[in-house]
Write a protein that binds this ligand. Structure first.
Ligand code: 21W
Length: 235
């Protein structure tokens, strides 16, 4: 998989060589290119932003450098993703979908956004990472990078991905490691028995309980899904 990231702040991406993504890059599983949009500006001072037509606060990224930067990497099978506060909010389903593409072009806006004509001309989808305001799309792009790279074959073990799809849509159960007792708190007895059937039942119950307490939205989805699964099993 190839991911091109278009930004006015390429230095912000210096940290991605670490961790899981670093492993993916080293193993040649993903190719990540950070592309400096400023280099594409045909303006003599390489200017890439300007005042908004109609007035208002802040600056808007001009279309020319962004357009030329996108076109310099775009091929037929590319998906052009704009990081944008008004995009669809990212979730695991979306991550999984993005991971299927051979080539992602991720466009990071900055300041008060980008000229709308870039969205009309080149952008296939807009993604937000949640309802809070950041200074630009760079950190959201790193979030996508990290989440998508986990789906690249061999980056993490298949069993971790499998486990996720198992507990699909539920929050995680509590985990323990050694020692068996810490500051007077014991590891739940059931985890020490070695009875994997019972351990799995316990973990699922814990997941359901915590999801019901903390995320009513996910809990309702889960109940709905279990009901349709039951119906399909009967058929
Ligand atoms: C913040 C850009 C606010 C634009 C009228 C029209 C990308 C982001 C961003 C930013 C505005 C994401 C305006 C969650 C985020 C991002 C910078 C609003 C004012 N007035 N996900 N437009 N949060 N943020 N512009 O902030 O680019 S994904």
């Amino acid at each position: 998989m190839k991911i091109d990231i278009l930004t006015l702040f390429p230095e912000m991406f210096d940290c991605i060589k670490a961790s899981i993504i670093g492993r993916a890059i080293k193993a040649n599983k993903v190719e990540i290119n950070i592309i400096d949009v400023r280099q594409f500006s045909i303006e003599k001072h390489k200017k890439c932003d300007d005042y908004p037509y109609g007035g208002g606060f802040g600056m808007v990224l001009t279309p020319q450098p962004l357009y030329d930067a996108i076109m310099s990497v775009k091929i037929e099978k590319s998906l052009v993703v704009l990081m944008s506060p008004k995009g669809d909010v990212l979730n695991q389903g979306k991550v999984c979908e993005l991971a299927k593409y051979e080539h992602l072009i991720i466009v990071c806006g900055h300041y008060e956004g980008i000229d709308e004509r870039i969205i009309n001309l080149c952008v296939d989808c807009e993604i937000s990472i949640g309802d809070y305001i950041l200074t630009g799309g760079e950190i959201p792009a790193m979030v996508i990078l990290d989440a998508v790279c986990r789906y690249v074959p061999d980056v993490i073990t298949d069993s971790s991905l499998l486990e996720e799809s198992f507990s699909d849509g539920l929050l995680e159960y509590p985990q323990y490691t050694r020692p068996q007792e810490f500051k007077g708190l014991k590891v739940p007895e059931i985890l020490i028995t070695g009875n994997h059937q019972k351990i799995n039942d316990w973990r699922l119950k814990q997941s359901i309980k915590i999801t019901k307490e903390r995320r009513k939205d996910l809990y309702k989805e889960f109940i709905k899904k279990s009901k349709t699964n039951q119906k399909n099993e009967k058929k």
